[in-house]
Write a protein of this length. Structure first.
Length: 286
């Protein structure tokens, strides 16, 4: 494995066997969820392909009031973790490489997708995500990019950007990796105190309760999930929504079919997100 601080990732040498280049984009502070993305990237790239992991704490995706400087960083530790899971290259550019002229004048807009849910609570966040993702795609030049399904709205926005802007990259979603008690793995979990860590699985319990109520229709899903969250001490909900998995629009009360149940909440000062696929019944049991 090798790592680079800046500049585009060079293409494979002329004697290299053909294979795909797969990329996993991260902000570092890697956990088992990130490492699972890399393992899947290895599968996508194949034995003759190349797996690139990017590590870059992107200032554009931090909303006002969020502390960019406080975001956890451990480049040496991250590189050590990546050595055993199939990464070939770690690309860890500095901000002057990604944004050589400072804040970019031209940015990618997430449109409506960036205005609701996460966008409402973190204005400009998804615009910043898409801008850096597109720049990293140009720098790394991958055939396939892998993203975790935990950040469902982000994954949808990236897929829409790739489709709308004709970017020649396959986007692959990888299922959320969880702790034994159901808590979705996140770099932000490190901020939780011992007591808060005990409270945090309320998010995944609420999602499971909502999914179990799918035979009661869309309102039954929301009500079952909300009941769990209302009873969870120390959990302050930003939003709970059942949405169309393509448009992120809230589904109607008479909706049936595939939907996503999304939740964002603060446990102490730590903001967590999670989601669950739900198949809402067309024959509501009243």
């Amino acid at each position: 494995m090798r790592w680079a601080l800046g500049g585009p990732i060079a293409p494979a040498g002329p004697d290299a066997a053909p294979g795909q280049r797969a990329v996993v984009m991260t902000m570092g502070a890697l956990h088992d969820g990130h490492l699972e993305l890399v393992r899947r990237a290895r599968e996508e790239a194949g034995p003759n392909g190349q797996v690139v992991v990017t590590i870059f704490v992107n200032p554009l995706q931090f909303a006002a009031g969020e502390d960019l400087d406080a975001y956890p960083r451990d480049l040496d530790g991250d590189i050590a973790k990546l050595a055993g899971v199939g990464a070939d290259v770690v690309f860890a550019p500095t901000p002057d490489v990604v944004y050589p002229d400072g804040d970019p004048v031209v940015r990618v807009s997430a449109g409506h997708i960036g205005d609701v849910l996460e966008g409402e609570h973190r204005p400009g966040h998804l615009d910043g995500v898409l801008t850096v993702v597109l720049k990293l795609m140009h720098l790394v030049r991958p055939d396939v990019a892998l993203f975790g399904e935990k950040d469902a709205q982000q994954l949808l926005a990236v897929r829409r950007m790739v489709r709308d802007l004709e970017v020649s990259v396959d986007v692959v979603g990888v299922p959320t990796v969880r702790e034994p008690d159901g808590l979705a793995l996140s770099s932000r979990n490190a901020y939780l105190s011992a007591d808060e860590r005990q409270r945090a699985p309320a998010l995944s319990r609420a999602l499971r309760a909502g999914a179990a109520a799918a035979d009661r229709g869309a309102d039954g899903v929301i009500n079952a999930a909300r009941q769990v969250l209302d009873g969870a001490e120390g959990v302050v909900v930003d939003y709970l929504a059942l949405v169309d998995p393509v448009t992120v629009e809230a589904v109607a009360d008479d909706f049936s079919g595939h939907a996503l149940l999304l939740v964002a909440a603060r446990v102490g000062s730590t903001r967590l997100i999670d989601n669950q696929a739900v198949e809402v019944s067309s024959e509501v049991q009243r």
